[in-house]
Write a protein that binds this ligand. Structure first.
Ligand code: C5P
Length: 317
């Protein structure tokens, strides 16, 4: 009985939040936002002309998040930082790999361009166990773009995490199949990761990086995108001030969203209500990954972004 009341209460609360959220982005707000010289028509825009110094110090407006044929040459600094991230037993010829890559995948991918009369909303959905029991599914699904990451499934968790996935950010060791409408976005930590992507769609002969990886992946090859190594270095240096070894997938996606969305809402980040750091789709509760990613610092920056009203965080129940 108490459990039933709790579920009804949570459903009503989320329905009410969804209602408020939808109202917040409708047309009368649009006029108000134009009056305030905003860069977009949402009630809060991630980037505005009157941004505060903390944000502008970190946010490089013109960085290109995605690798394209024309921006693929890497500076010496970017290349050596990128190569130092992960041990790879063989060093491939980066230029030759890029040539192959853009023979198979779109060579000028775009996420979207921002315009003053549009409000493009994004949900960044991490894999935290705090999503369990949240009833956020419907709220997540009403966003224009839903970014998910790594192995986080929707099947079996629809009520809490939703069903829509417009972009899934992965690396070879965390790859899963995606449906035909989803953009598979590779976060490459080494040249071998680019080779793996090529192989997964062609010869299927790369079976191992530093561990066994999937040899093939189901995804629409016309929707494949790759994060730019210079963007990853920018996230590490400008946002994380070199804390940890490299940014977590979640933090990379969060900064990606700051660059390509007008409004960013964050779900499934952080510990659950008992202080456990685990995945909503796994029973194991551990602390893996804390060191590589400087988790505490990532948390601090995420909270600062909330304080500066650049993002909203939905923490689960
Ligand atoms: O663990 P995994 O890297 O697949 O999770 C994706 C992202 O979700 C993480 O990089 C992190 O930002 C976020 N996450 C979290 N708290 C958890 C699990 C994941 O913030 N307990």
């Amino acid at each position: 009985m108490i459990r039933r009341r709790r579920v009804i209460f949570m459903s009503l609360a989320v329905a009410f939040a969804t209602f408020l959220y939808t109202c917040g982005n409708n047309n009368f707000i649009y006029f108000e936002s134009l009056q305030r010289n905003k860069q977009c028509a949402c009630s809060f825009c991630t980037s505005n002309e009157d941004d505060d110094p903390w944000f502008t110090q970190r946010y490089k407006q013109f960085i290109e998040p995605l690798l394209t044929r024309s921006n693929s040459a890497l500076s010496k600094e970017v290349y050596s930082w990128w190569q130092s991230l992960q041990f790879a037993s063989h060093r491939a010829n980066y230029t030759a790999v890029i040539e192959k890559l853009f023979k198979i995948f779109p060579d000028n991918p775009q996420v979207m361009d921002t315009e003053p009369d549009l409000c493009r909303t994004c949900a960044v959905v991490g894999n935290s166990g705090n999503l369990l029991g949240s009833h956020y599914g419907k709220l997540i699904d009403i966003h224009d773009f839903v970014f998910r990451m790594n192995k986080g499934p929707t099947k079996g968790f629809e009520t809490d995490v939703g069903t829509k996935t417009t972009h899934r950010v992965i690396y070879p060791e965390s790859a899963v199949d995606v449906d035909n409408s989803t953009h598979l976005v590779l976060a490459p930590f080494k040249t071998l990761d680019l080779q793996w992507l090529i192989s997964a769609f062609t010869t299927k002969d790369i079976k191992r990086t530093y561990k066994n990886v999937r040899t093939t992946i189901q995804a629409n090859k016309n929707k494949v995108m790759v994060l730019h190594p210079a963007f990853m270095k920018y996230v590490y240096e400008s946002w994380l001030q070199k804390h940890g070894r490299y940014p977590s997938t979640g933090f990379l996606v969060l900064v990606l969203a700051l660059h390509v969305c007008d409004e960013v809402n964050v779900f499934g980040f952080g510990a659950d209500k008992n202080g456990n750091w685990h995945h909503y789709f796994e029973k194991v509760r551990n602390n893996a990954g804390a060191q590589e990613h400087g988790r505490n610092f990532e948390n601090e920056i995420t909270v600062q972004l909330l304080t500066k009203m650049k993002i909203q965080i939905f923490r689960g129940w």
